[in-house]
Design a protein around this ligand. Structure first.
Ligand code: NAP
Length: 312
């Protein structure tokens, strides 16, 4: 008999097909009545396959007394209640490494697009303004600027390497200093003060909630830029909107927001922000690799073996 699992959010077709070959899958996202659905499957379900924002809170876990493992598609597990999982010794896995380079590419593209105003200048051309109003206004160079990385982990370090190749200087802040040549800043305000571009790459969750607040934006100043590739929750979004509108920082490049995908419409009219719909890891190659790792973790667990990428 195949083990029974619940899939909380829509997965890539090929990932879902792989799961269907090994497990009996129940799709929570297709159920009209979630409570009735959970009651129906509660006594059989031993695993959850989750997708980023459609994580697993304590209430969901409480409905599933036989739950052994939560296998997440994505490295960020801020939508999973890790404390509730730990209390019941439920294993949690994620998909680190396989997405690092791809997300770093997106981050670097956002830095370039934000400082050089590439989407805005394309819009200028498409609106026919090049021919009528002349050359597009000058923008800001990357070379010689300082990129301050908040969260120099796997993705942060991959971004830092790319930024160096673009001639940028680096600084970083983590809770713990790393044995690296790049200068360490003891807090986020000093990182912002000493950076031209603040690149946010730390995990979401209660510890980093609104870590980029008005004081940090003040330290960054009117010539400074913010680029967020991590989670919307790390930035005080109303403050960022206000600072951008008032020209108190120069610009922002954002892949992540509060209330995705129904983000605040105030973003749509801001000319000094470059906005992406959470596409950091969104390539065929990377999403396929993430799906394969999600499935592999489940497979290993049900074969009685240690999972490959546990969240510790
Ligand atoms: P990682 O290797 O765990 O790196 C996270 C870094 O953040 C670590 O260096 C950590 O250092 C630092 N950090 C953690 N808590 C902090 C705090 N309170 N203050 C300051 N620094 C802190 O994770 P990763 O693989 O690089 O992924 C990072 C995040 O990127 C994920 O959690 C996810 O939310 C996001 N992400 C976004 C996308 C996208 O599509 N936009 C895709 C993938 C990932 P210390 O422990 O020393 O503090």
């Amino acid at each position: 008999m195949k083990p029974e699992i619940i899939v909380t959010g829509r997965l890539l077709p090929r990932t879902q097909e792989a799961l269907d070959r090994i497990f009996t899958c129940h799709k929570l996202y297709e159920a009209a009545d979630h409570l009735a659905f959970l009651r129906q499957h509660a006594q059989q379900v031993r695993a959850l396959a989750t997708f980023g924002a459609s994580g697993a809170d304590a209430a969901l876990m409480d409905q599933l007394p036989k739950l052994e493992i939560i296998s997440n598609f994505g490295v960020g597990v801020d939508a999973i209640d890790l404390a509730a999982a730990a209390k019941r010794r439920i294993i949690v896995t994620n998909t680190p490494e396989v997405l690092t380079e791809c997300v770093a590419d997106t981050a670097m593209a956002l830095v370039l697009a934000t400082l050089r105003r590439l989407p805005q200048s394309e819009n200028y051309l498409r609106a026919g303004q090049w021919g009528t109003r002349g050359a597009y206004p000058l923008t800001t160079s990357l070379g010689g600027k300082t990129l301050g990385v908040l969260g120099l982990g796997r993705i942060g370090e991959a971004i830092a390497k790319r930024a160096e190749a673009f001639g940028m200087k680096l600084r970083y802040h983590n809770r713990s200093r790393k044995n690296l040549a790049w200068p360490y800043e003891p807090d986020v305000v000093s990182l912002a003060k000493n950076s031209d571009v603040l690149l946010v790459a730390a995990p979401g969750g209660p510890q980093t909630q609104r870590i980029v607040n008005a004081a940090v934006l003040d330290a960054l100043g009117p010539q400074g830029f913010v680029v967020n590739i991590a989670r919307g929750s790390l930035i005080d979004e109303p403050a960022l909107l206000r600072y951008l509108r008032e020209g108190r920082i120069a610009g922002a490049g954002l892949d992540v927001f509060d209330n995705e995908p129904k983000i605040d419409p105030a973003w749509f009219s801001l000319d000094n922000a470059v906005l992406l719909p959470h596409v950091g890891s969104a390539t065929e190659e990377t999403r396929t690799a993430m799906g394969a790792l999600q499935v592999e973790n489940l497979q290993l667990h049900f074969a009685g073996k240690p999972v490959k990428t546990p969240v510790t």
